[in-house]
Each structure stands twice: as C-alpha cells, then as structure tokens.
Design a protein around this ligand. Structure first.
Ligand code: ADP
Ligand code: TZP
Ligand code: MG
Length: 271
C-alpha cells in the first residue's frame, strides 16, 4: 500500500480500552469475546440510567443497529447524544440499513450526531447513500460489489464525507472502502467465508472502537482493524475445515496473529 501507516503500532493494545457496546443479542457474545481476545475490555450496557457514570469510565462507544426495539432505540439515541456531549469516540454500525423506514430513521439520527466512524456492509451503505441496493436483511449482495458499483459508492461517500468532516465511512465486503473528507482507500484482504458466519461486520466495528479507544487516528484505526481481521480470516481458512471450524479459527487468530508480522500481508490502494 502506498500510504505509509505504521501497522506495527496497533496490536497488541497498550491501554486495554474499555469499550461500551450497545448491540444486538445475535452476535453480542462473539463481539465481547473478540474485544477480550485483542486485549480490550467490553461492557455491553444499554440502560440510559447508567450512562452518566459509565461514560466517565469508557474509552469508546459502539452503536449497532442490528436488533431494534423501542427500548434499544432509546438507548442508541441517548448514548449517541451523550457521546457528542462528552466527545467520546463512537462507531455507528448501520446494520440492516434499508430494511425498514424506522431503521433508516434511527440510522440517520445517529449519523447526524457526526460520530467518529460510520460503517456498514456495501449494500447497507449503498442504501444509506440513496443508491440502488440488493442487500438482503443484514447481508450484502455481490451484485452491489462489481467495480462500477464500488466506484459509484466511493463517489457518493466522498460527497457525503464533505458534509460530515469529522466522520470516516467504511463500507465492507469483498473489497472494503474507507472514505473521509481527505482520503479514500480500497482494501483487498479477506476470504469469501467471512461473509458466511454471522457477526463478522459487528466484530470489525468493535475492533475499530477499541483502536479509537487507544487514541489512534480514525482512518488508520479502520484500515488496521479491517486488515487485521481479514488476515485472521485468511489464516483461518488455511487451518480449518467447514464453516463452524473456520469461525472458531478466525476468532482464535485474533489473539495470535498479533505476534506475527501480519501487516506485511496488508493489501490496498489509495483512490
Ligand atoms: N467476499 C469477501 N472477501 C473478503 N473479505 C470479506 C468478504 N466478505 C466479507 N469480508 C470481510 O468480512 C468483514 C465483514 O464484512 P461484511 O460481511 O461485509 O459485513 P457484515 O457482516 O456487516 O455484512 C469485513 O472485514 C470484510 O472485509
Ligand atoms: C443476523 C442478524 N440479525 C439482526 S443483527 C444480525 C447480526 C448481523 O451481524 P453482521 O452485521 O456482522 O453481519
Ligand atoms: Mg454488519
């Protein structure tokens, strides 16, 4: 990759950041363990009555739209406005954006607070940008991931990036797009199997939040988190048989890969 990022500084974590996650029940346990495996501390806490005290102790916030309810809506909105007031680094994951009007409204409300990072898979972010999208539920479609579609999404995100100068956007898939007002990178690690167990996007969001909690620049935090996770997947594929085993090996690599020179395998280019 042309851009000079010193990838060796991200893992292992130095500060063991405490990451508050308001997320879905489906992948909650995987997310908490993934944070522990990389050396961060998770707290899955969504009761607004705790926020004033909890926010004094946390390093970053992860807001995930995955499994909505009226109560979850209140937690997400309350936490995002709290985060704005106290300047807490925040990742918003637009899981399922496009599924329903209510999900879209909540997603837009969260983005309007100008969080540090807004992410989703490529189909979710195409919906968010008002582009045609073939996403199905919380999963993206390969139809949205051809070269022309990716370039169209990059252009749309660059335009939106101008309106949200404090936010960096990440669209994940076979290739991943990272865009903010100043720069754009396409990342090219990972394997197809990462789209075939649930929670991979959610875990990437949590790893990004942990790296923000360490104090890293958001653009670099995203590039490192995505590349690290995807290289874990590449390694897991070599050592596993079947998807359940692949999932286990990918999660296992989260604590192991950092002792190797994983960053020599990072593939990506600036646009
Ligand atoms: N076909 C693929 N090839 C390589 N990496 C992939 C592929 N699909 C997903 N990934 C990786 O898996 C992670 C989750 O992405 P994705 O599946 O798009 O998110 P989500 O789980 O939110 O739908 C990202 O790091 C992404 O780069
Ligand atoms: C299956 C499912 N349903 C609601 S949230 C969720 C998990 C989504 O995880 P990811 O965004 O990582 O694919
Ligand atoms: Mg997702």
């Amino acid at each position: 990759m042309e851009r000079k990022i010193d990838f060796s500084k991200f893992f292992p974590l130095e500060k063991s950041p405490l990451v508050q996650c308001i997320t879905n029940e489906i992948t909650c346990e995987s997310m908490a363990n993934a944070l522990l495996y990389i050396g961060a501390k998770p707290i899955m806490a969504d009761d607004p009555r705790e926020f004033s005290q909890l926010f004094e102790k946390t390093s970053a916030l992860l807001l995930n739209l995955g499994h909505l309810s009226e109560q979850r809506q209140e937690s997400l909105i309350d936490a995002s406005s709290y985060a704005t007031r106290v300047n807490k680094p925040t990742v918003v994951d637009l899981v399922g954006y496009g599924v329903s009007d209510i999900r879209n409204q909540i997603g837009v409300s969260l983005v309007e607070t100008h969080p540090t990072v807004v992410k989703g898979n490529i189909s979710e972010l195409r919906h968010f940008c008002g582009l045609p999208s073939q996403g199905r539920g919380v999963d993206s479609s390969m139809w949205d991931q051809g070269e022309d579609h990716l370039n169209e999404l990059i252009a749309a995100l660059q335009k939106i990036g101008g309106l949200y100068p404090a936010t960096t956007f990440l669209a994940t898939g076979q290739k991943d797009i990272v865009v903010n007002q100043k720069q754009t990178i396409v990342l090219n690690n990972g394997v197809d199997e990462l789209d075939r167990f649930t929670g991979t996007g959610d875990i990437v969001g949590a790893i990004i939040a942990a790296l923000l909690g360490e104090g890293h620049d958001p653009f670099e935090a995203i590039v490192s988190a995505v590349s690290y996770f995807n290289i874990c997947g590449e390694k897991a594929k070599q050592e596993s048989f079947g998807l359940a085993d692949f999932r286990q090996q990918t999660l296992n690599q989260l604590s192991l890969l950092m002792s190797e020179t994983w960053y020599e395998q990072v593939e990506g280019w600036e646009k």
